[in-house]
Design a protein around this ligand. Structure first.
Ligand code: CUA
Length: 158
């Protein structure tokens, strides 16, 4: 039997405990908090996405009372979201479809759990119900170039 120093045994125990904590944290974020790895809702051609289809005319569309879908296109040079402003009545459920026409961007809506990775060629989707009136800023939270800090917009819930 190998002799293991007491301190060594503590460190081994601590290392195993930390791995267990990380495994639990991953399980909780995935199964309780609903974190998901990015999976494509659909594929688009980033070269033509600004000219054809729903992303050529981005914005909000009403599907039914209190139910909307929003197509958002993220672009670099100039760095911006199209559209940059969205208005919906309080209580609305909005499904966001977001894609990029060029490089990797992010789409994070403050005050919600919406936080998408936005990849060229891929459509990312998230559905949010806005139960409280107010301004919900959204930003690009993945560094995408020298104009990254210019990528922001606002959802107004009234
Ligand atoms: Cu787009 Cu950062």
């Amino acid at each position: 039997m190998i002799h293991v120093n007491t301190y060594e045994r503590w460190w081994i125990g601590l290392s195993i405990a930390m791995l267990a904590v990380f495994a639990v944290a991953i399980a909780v974020s995935g199964f309780v908090l609903g974190f998901k790895v990015p999976s494509p809702e659909a594929r688009v051609d980033p070269n033509t996405v600004a000219k054809t289809g729903n992303f050529a005319n981005p914005g909000l569309r009403q599907l039914a009372p209190g139910k909307y879908e929003a197509y958002v296109r993220a672009e670099a040079n100039p760095w911006k979201f199209r559209p940059e402003k969205l208005n919906v009545p309080v209580g609305s459920t909005v499904t966001f479809y977001v894609t990029s026409a060029d490089v990797q961007h992010g789409f994070k809506i403050a005050g919600t759990n919406a936080n998408l990775q936005v990849l060229p060629g891929q459509v990312s989707k998230v559905t949010i119900t806005f139960t409280t009136k107010g301004q919900y800023p959204f930003i690009c939270d993945e560094y995408c170039g020298v104009g990254h800090q210019n990528m922001f917009g606002t959802i107004t819930v009234e």
